[in-house]
Design a protein around this ligand. Sequence first.
Ligand SMILES: *Cc1c(COP(=O)(O)O)cnc(C)c1O
Length: 370
Amino acid sequence: MTEAGPAPLHVGQLNLPAPDDFRRAFEGVFARRFYTNHGPLEHEADAALAAYFGVRHAISVVNGTAALMLLLKALGRKGEVITPAFTFPATVQAICWAGLTPVFCDVEPETHNISARLAEPLIGERTVAILGVHVWGRGCDVAPLQALANARGIRLIFDAAHATGCTHMGVRIGGFGDAEMFSFHATKVLNGAEGGCIATNDDELAALLRKTRSFHEMTPGPEGRLHLNAKLSEAQAAMLLLGLERMEEFVADNRRRYETYRERLSGLKGVRFVDHAAGEQSNYQYVVAELDEPAFGMSRDRLLEALQAQNVLARRYFHPGVHRTAPFDRCAAVLPVTDALCERLIQLPTGQAVTDDDVLKVCDLVRNAR
Ligand SMILES: *Cc1c(COP(=O)(O)O)cnc(C)c1O
């Protein structure tokens, strides 16, 4: 602790490799003089990610947003994509960058995810795909969504940016639907200093994405697909590979912090802890609680202010719903559950830099805030 007070406790603290390990990996990049354009570490990352996610193909790219743009573009269709507004804006913006139109679906109050029940009435003649988001790493209820997509002849893809290392129905997330997107942004459990990938078992889709992620495999032809410079650099791949080796440790540490929070806060009146799916593995990267203002005796926003005054940078996540941000706020979507969650959820600090003592301190601050 310094005179300036304790260092701020952030949400989603960085999971970093040991500096010496990174230095060694980076020396190899210099020795090879191979910094980008599909170097050996990118190839290694693709193979390691495919093995980790249990899929035939992982196509690594510069970030999760680019992964989603390329994936949506690769569907090769024009029309509407059904997606939640309870997500990070990148999910929805990627749909627009790919020349498609988002149609917002509300989420289930228990899981915070879209479902077949909520998506079905939104399917119309122009629908080309459903893009589900595995919010907090908790898998969407995939089987009914897949049955619905099959019955209506549309594609099913997932934004799995939160879900690295999580399981659904006992299977590691990565191989569900036609493809799943992952993010290795610094706030995610696996950090590639930016980075992302598309995981898929579809050989054709994978081959197309390996071409369109860069300008290095231009194959002129009548189908003339657009390309993007979305390559993962060797420095990013090095960081990612080192993180992948330590995933078990990162998750175990996250889990310990999560369980302390839950133990200390779940009994508190007006606080409903957002649990992970029973019987599944989670990465425990998201520590989220739902605040019932009358019962808790304080609004979510007042609690946030009280925590921030103590340098605890808890935050509203997601807030506001994407349907309430420009340029999407002119749509007429009525999403009561999304709106309620955006007003009530608070995300608490976790990650490598948050000690067990810090967690206890934050719990005390929450308990004594009123
Ligand atoms: C982080 C995130 C993204 C975007 O990933 P980037 O790698 O930051 O581009 C998309 N969707 C969700 C749900 C995310 O959390």
